[in-house]
Design a protein around this ligand. Sequence first.
Ligand code: MG
Length: 304
Amino acid sequence: MTTSPTPLYDIKDSRFSGLIHGNAGLERLWTGGRWCEGPVYMAAGKYLLWSDIPNDRLMRWDETDGSVSVYEQPCRHHNGHTTDRQGRLISCEHGGRAVSRIEHDGSRTIVADRFDGKRLNSPNDVVVKSDGSIWFTDPTYGIDSDYEGHAAPSEIGASQVYRCAPDGRISVVVSDLVQPNGLAFSPDETVLYVADTGQTHQPDCAPKIRKYPVDANGSTLGPGEDFAMSDCGLFDGFRVDVSGNLWSSAGDGVHCYSPDGELLGKIRIDEVVANLCFFGPNRNRLAICATTSVYSIYVRTRGC
Ligand code: MG
């Protein structure tokens, strides 16, 4: 099924015209979720996975025939996903209050579930750096209620961004956000972008994406600064393309920003978007998790 708001594209800057296909329609791959999140492309298996968090299930779209099935339910209320350099699935678990990895034999390994002896809140989104370190955000959405996890007090008492080193050691890398959410590195890994959805808990917390310079050691960050402010809804998950443009979820669809933070344009969608990823053999297609549905659209760039 194809569905397209009119107009589909909102072009703010001529550079955006070079990043889209004017005649590429928006395609709805599936609908029937409550809050779709955490899309990830499993290249070797030719399928997409995403979370339907309130329904505590992982969904799977098969690239070979377009069929959709339940991949795992219950699934410890997964949220964000990515793959590591070996193609293994890395998951943020609200219910497990952990970041986990599925090994090639199918077994599950806990990557991180505590910091300083205290349980994490509810890992939300995750990215793997080229050195194998795993960086993830830990807001409270999965412990705020029983809707997207299990209600519980925060043991840590703060919502932070963590780095899990290849040897398993965990360190705080960002502590100046109210509710850190989506995150991604620039293509050269000199910048880490992190979204703050803290407006859900503090009305005066403007919806934004912050950028942090990665120190020369590759494992710590310098002082952050604002990168982009949302003009509609919250920035949740996002991805960066090979040219460094940032494609973010927002209240009215997908917003695309240049590396210097200019809003280049939007892909308008009739549902609130929570997250997206590039997929397909050429990584030139966006999978967009939008509340009840998952949409896709071809773009004129590739995810990195
Ligand atoms: Mg998120």
